[in-house]
Structure formats: C-alpha cells, structure tokens
Design a protein around this ligand. Structure first.
Ligand code: BGC
Length: 753
C-alpha cells in the first residue's frame, strides 16, 4: 500500500471509530444483539417498558420513540399477509396496495409431505410480509387435528406431531430470513373453536409431550422461531396466554425460548398472571379482551396501566417488566432493526408459481376407478357442479381471511382447459362468503338448484363436482366448530341425485377437514383438496386433466363416521367439554357468551389421536392418514435393515427401493412407522418416525434411505419426566400410508432405561 493510501485508510478508520463512539451501543448494528438489548433497556423509563407490553392498535404495539426504537407491526396470517385494518376498528382500511398472493392453507402444505415446499412457502410469504413492512407474521399454526369438527383445522398441519413439526421448521427458517418473525400458534391445546376462550383442557403429560407439543418444540428449537402466540383456552385451570407450566416451565425453561410470547387477541385475563407467567405482549380484539371497548382504550389492558400501577406499588417485581422488555427488544432488533434484511416483494411470478407448486403437490387423489385423468377429447359435455367452483374461498374463515390480487377459480381454470365443452350448475347455495355468516337458504331455492344440476347431469358425459365446506360460520371457520360430520347444504343428497342419473361423477371437494362420504361407492373418483388460494383453480384443473400427477397424501384420517374418531368416543366430557352452568350448545360463539364460565374437557383418548387410534383400536378409517393415489403406480422393492440390533449409541439404516411401474412420472411419499409391541405403558400400534417424498420417472428405481436412532423409540415417561426407550423388539413398518404397509421388519433394542 502506498503512503498516501495508507494515510487515507488511517484517517477513515479514525473517523469511523469516533463516529461509532458517538453512537449509543444499542444503535450500533455491529454490536451483539444481547448487548444492544441491555443498553436499550438501561436507558428506558418504567413507563416506556410497560408501553412495550401491550397493543397500541389492532395490529401493532409501541416502540420507544424517544430512543428511535420502532413499533412492532404484526399481521395475520399463516396463508398470506392480511389486508390492513383501521387503527382501532375491525374495518378493513381500504388501502389499494395491500393485495397479496393467497398461498394454500397450511393443511394443504402438510398434504404435500414435502419440506422443500414448506421452505418455498416460508420464503415466499416472508418476502410478501417483508414488502408489506410487517415485523411479525402470525403463523404458522401447528395445533394437532383432534376432531374433524374443529373449525380451524385448515390452518394447521394435521394429526401427526412429527409431520407437522417437520413441515413447520423450514417454513419458520425461510420466513425469518426476511427479517420477519414467525409467531407459532396457538400454544397450546387449542384443538377446537367451540368455547375456545373458556374451555379448560385436562390432558395427560404423556399426550401433552408426545402429541400436542412436539410440533411447537420443533418450530421453536430447530426452526428458531422468534415468536409464539398463546392460545385462548385454559390448560389445568389457567389461561394459556399466561400459563405458568406452558410458558415458564416448558417453553422458556425446558426449551430455552428467548423470543417473544404474544397473546392471542384478547387472550389475557389477569394482570398478575400476565406479569409473572412468561407473557410479553398483550394484544386484543377489544380493550377488555374479547368483548367490548372502553373509552380509555389500550391503557386499560392488563399489561398497561393496571400493570404499571402494581409495579409502582411494589406488588409485582420490576424484574418481570425487564424480562418482557428484553424479549420485545430482542424481537425488534431481530426484525425491524435488522439493517441487512432484504426488501421483499409482492405478487411476483415467483410467488404465484410457488402457490401453484404447493397447491399441485397438496391435492390428494383418494379414489379413482380410472376416470382420472380426464381426457377432454373423450367427452363432449363436461358439467361442473358446485358452489366452490366459483366461490371466493379466501373470504371468511376469520383471521386467515385474505385479499388476493388475483384468484383463479376452478371453473375458470376448467374452462381454460376444456373450452366450451364446460357447462356449469351451482347445484346448492350457502349464502354470501364472509366471516361468521350463516344463511338459511329457502328449501325451494335449494330444490330448484338441485333440479337444474340433475337435468344438466343427464345431458353431460361427465360431471366434475366442486363442493365441500367453505369459510362461513360452522364450516372451516374460526370461533365455531362444525355442527355435523356430513357435508353441509344438502350436498350428500345432491351427489346422490347426480350419480343416480350419471355415474361418471368426479368429486373434487374443497375442505380443511374430513367428512362422511355415504355416496363413495357410487362415484367414479374423489379428490380431496384444501383451500389453495390464488392459483387454486389452476392446480385443481391440472390434476383433473393429468397435466399434474397427484402426489398429496392425507395429513389426517377420514373416519367412516364421527363416532369412529377418538375424541368422540368418550362423550361430551372429551368433546366439547362439560359446562356446569349451561347446555353444551354449539350455536353460540365465544363473543356471545359469558367468558367467565369454563367448560371442562378431558382428552380421554390420551395419546391415541388419529391413526394411532384407528390402528390400535382396529377401527379402520375410510381413508387413512398418509393415503393418496397417483396416476402411476409404485412398487416397493425388498427393503433392508443395516442391522438387527441397536444399542443406545447406535443407529439402523433402512433402505427401500421404489420403482415407478406405470407410464407417468410421479412422486411417492414413503412412510416409516415404528411400533413397540411390548412396553410397560400403552403405545400406539405404530407411529410415524420418518418419511421421504421422491420423484420417480417411469421404469426408474430410486433408493430411499432412513436412519432409525434411539430417539425414535422413546415415549415420555411421566414418572421420571424423561424420554425413555425400553429394551426389546421394535417393529418397522414401511408403507404408502398408515394402512398400506408394504414391508415389515423388526429389530432388537438392547439398552434403555
Ligand atoms: C386468532 C389468531 C389471530 C388473531 C389476530 C385471533 O382471533 O385466534 O390466530 O392471529 O385473532 O387476528
């Protein structure tokens, strides 16, 4: 370096050192976050600290303006970035620049069984959230699918904790690369909407640790989620948003969570508990929580003035507010104050392609007599029937409601594909699409819609039926559960009437839940489709036509009837709970109820949720967890175990060759389950421990490899509070679904306890 340059470099470094000496530590982007947090905290007044801990508008909480520390802006939701709201009302703000890409619902993501799709999802939605300048995205939801009546199952990732956890991790990681925090919700045991604000859940520790917590743990410990949302319900008598065991002992104590706990909207109920039990930010639907506003607005929140007063009087420790402020500052430094975060983007071709790819892989072909893929040239007239062929399914549902810039409906997409061969009949009606809405359609109207569809069906060569549930009240909708396991709006009768005049009936039902299929044996094919958002119609049409070979597998079981589902076997005490003061009544929402009373509910089926129940109790499902067909066929070759014995330091490699024996390229989800037939505690017949989705060309063979480790063998031992594997024989099941096992092995586990 010549002299002049080196003098210039020296001058520069002196200048930058003296400049950075003037910058307070918390503002120095190169300083470690923890040091910045402590420095900021030390400069704050008590009032400023408390101000961080509660909402200042419907979707934001305050920063520290005096120190230049920004507010925290949050948005729903898990499937796309929600429209903007007015500051303090539930009216949409009417902006013209907040239209987004609607991504498929999380239940669709789970049905892909493809972690690469979860990564793509997280990346894409993260870019949109970033572009919309959100710091926290309120998702993903990983509550376990316990009953098909839960109005919110479509926002979650199915009945298996391992599948849900594996899918949540890449979503969280990719999302957060955009400087937007994930807020994993709803922690925990929010497995129904009926009485969600009050129901008091009792569950064994085993079921808690083995079924209801693992997906949260994975998202937090492996995914590194920066946020967690507490659930509305109670667990063992205490609301989850300030539940000492869930938040202090498990989340922060056992898992070492250093992020921010945010209430569900209106989920806080007590200042002292909120102060002491692991909560950081109180958000609200209204200023007293769920039900009403008062003139003092946000200052009356439990973590606002009442908290400040108790702190000042010495009734609550200052360390409680310091802990909260630390967590919130850490969140702010990780998100809005991250100067290296990207700019994000909205409604790009990449995002539409991502939504389409995820949708394509999520569609589950449940049954096919060979009619699919539908070759257009074979049919003169194609009749599309069903309200969901045209309905905006992003409207309604609650907080997951979206305002997509573009939407391709199934009918549009089928018309694009098959041209003017396509005719349409609505078949049934269910009223306008919006949240909380339930409309009783006059029978005459229903009858005439049905008659019109049947008349057209007689003339058609093939029928594509696009029905299912929707996002109105008592369907796939927040704050209410479904009233029945059957399809609503007279659809069972309509399907029977259609198939009676035309057996070439393809059912392409859209729903976030399982439902009864009394007509199954009469129809030609059934596709199970979740809410797929912007590109949904295109995915559906491409699967029907065969342009896309279906490769989705069910993330939850379809019981034949409701009483075959574990949660519905033990009476009201197990679902929806017993309400000492009132009749079990599904017709009222939480908003209409007195939130003071707590129905009690015990998860009596314990660890036997979903396929664990069907398998162990030998109650066959109509369609099993993990089931999904393809337009090609896969042969499972001879699988091999690398050893017949394993000790606590060992592992066993499992290989299985998968051959595409058909004529189309396809993807197969190979599933590995383990069973522990002799154990000191009841164990399910088998449990999912590994899976892999592989693309296989016609004639090709792909080797799938899994590694079984001692951790895969463990159950949660309540007495020792440890994960334990007992020595003995374990069964290995490799299959195409939980009910379609293609090879079985066993090995000995030599150590344990
Ligand atoms: C829902 C949350 C949602 C929040 C904000 C609540 O009613 O349960 O999932 O994030 O509202 O919209």
């Amino acid at each position: 370096m010549n002299n002049r340059i080196s003098r210039f470099v020296l001058l520069l470094s002196v200048l930058t050192t003296s400049l950075s000496a003037q910058v307070p530590l918390y503002q120095n982007p190169d300083a470690p976050i923890e040091e910045r947090v402590e420095d900021a905290l030390n400069r704050m007044t008590l009032e400023e600290k408390v101000a961080l801990c509660h909402a200042q508008s419907k979707f934001s909480s305050a920063g520290v303006p005096r120190l230049g520390i920004p507010e925290v802006w949050m948005s729903d939701g898990p499937h796309g970035v929600r429209h903007e709201f007015e500051w303090n009302t539930w009216n949409y703000a009417g902006w013209t620049n907040d239209s987004i890409t609607a991504f498929p619902a999380l239940t669709a993501l789970a049905a892909t069984w493809n972690p690469d799709m979860a990564a793509l999802y997280g990346k894409s939605i993260g870019e949109e959230a970033r572009y919309r300048e959100k710091d926290v995205l309120l998702g993903p939801g990983v509550n376990i699918y316990r009953t098909p009546l839960n109005g919110r199952n479509f926002e979650y990732m199915g009945e298996d904790p391992y599948l849900a956890g594996v899918m949540a991790v890449p979503y969280v990681k990719e999302l957060q690369k955009n400087g937007v925090a994930a807020c994993v919700k709803h922690f925990a045991l929010n497995n129904q909407e009926q009485w969600r604000g009050t129901v008091d859940v009792e569950v064994s520790d085993r079921a808690l640790y083995e079924i209801y917590l693992p997906a949260f743990k994975k998202a937090i410990v492996e995914g590194g989620a920066w946020g967690v949302m507490g659930a509305y319900n109670k667990y063992r008598g205490q609301h989850c948003c300030h539940n000492a065991r869930l938040l202090n002992d498990i989340l922060r104590g056992e898992w070492g969570f250093d992020g921010c706990v945010i209430t569900d909207w209106g989920g806080a109920h007590d200042t002292k508990e909120a102060a002491l039990n692991g909560l950081d930010i109180e958000m609200g639907s209204y200023t007293n929580g769920l039900t009403s506003d008062n003139s003092l607005g946000y200052n009356r929140y439990y973590l606002a003035d009442p908290y400040l007063e108790m702190l000042k009087k010495g009734e609550l420790p200052m360390s409680s507010v310091d802990a909260k402020a630390r967590n919130i500052l850490r969140l702010i430094f990780r998100t809005s104050l991250d100067r290296d975060k990207p700019y994000g983007s909205l409604c790009t071709k990449e995002h539409y392609d991502a939504a389409k790819a995820i949708g394509d892989e999520s569609i589950v072909l449940l049954y096919n007599n060979g009619i699919l893929p539908l070759q257009g040239d074979k049919y003169g007239k194609i009749l599309v029937v069903g309200d969901n062929a045209t309905r905006r399914l992003t409207d309604g549902g609650g907080s997951s409601e979206l305002k997509p810039k573009d939407m391709i409906s199934p009918l549009d997409a089928l018309r694009t594909l098959y041209g003017d061969k396509v005719e349409y009949a609505q078949g049934y009606a269910c009223g306008r699409p919006f949240f909380g809405h339930e409309e009783v359609i006059p029978q005459q109207v229903m009858d005439s819609l049905c008659a019109e569809a049947v008349a057209k069906a007689r003339q058609a060569d093939v029928i594509i039926y696009v029905g299912g549930l929707n996002k109105n009240a008592f369907q796939d909708c927040e704050s209410t559960d479904r009233k029945s396991y059957n399809l609503p709006f007279g659809q069972d009768e309509l399907i029977e009437a259609l198939v009676a005049v035309n057996p070439n009936l393809v059912i392409a039902n859209i729903s976030g839940n399982a439902y009864a299929m009394p007509w199954l044996k009469k129809v030609s094919a059934v596709l199970h489709i979740s809410y797929l958002g912007t590109m949904g119609g295109a995915s559906i049409a491409d699967v029907i036509s065969g342009k896309v070979n279906p490769s989705g597998k069910l993330p939850y079981s379809f019981p034949v009837k409701l009483s075959d589902c574990a949660a519905h076997t033990y009476g009201e005490g197990a679902y929806p709970g017993i309400d000492a003061g009132r009749e079990a009544d599904n017709s009222l929402t939480d908003y209409q109820r007195n939130v003071g009373v707590s129905p009690r509910e015990e998860y009596k089926e314990d660890i036997l949720v979903g396929y664990r129940w069907h398998d162990t109790k030998k109650i066959p499902a109509l369609f099993s967890f993990g089931h999904g067909l393809s337009y090609t066929s896969f042969e499972y070759g001879k699988s091999l175990l690398s050893a017949k014995e394993m000790d606590e330091k060992g592992s066993i490699k499992v290989t299985v060759p998968i051959t595409n024996t058909g004529t189309k390229s396809g993807k197969e989800v190979v599933q590995l389950y383990l069973g522990d037939p002799k154990c000191s505690v009841l164990r399910p017949l088998k449990e999912l421990k590994h899976f892999a989705k592989v693309a296989v060309a016609p004639g090709e063979t792909v080797q799938v490899e899994f590694v079984i480790t001692p951790d895969d063998l463990k159950f949660y031992d309540e007495a020792s509070r440890q994960w334990v594997a007992e020595p003995g024989v374990f069964n290995v099941y490799i299959g195409a679904s939980s009910a379609d096992i293609r090879c079985k092995h066993s090995f000995k586990y030599l150590s344990g306890l």
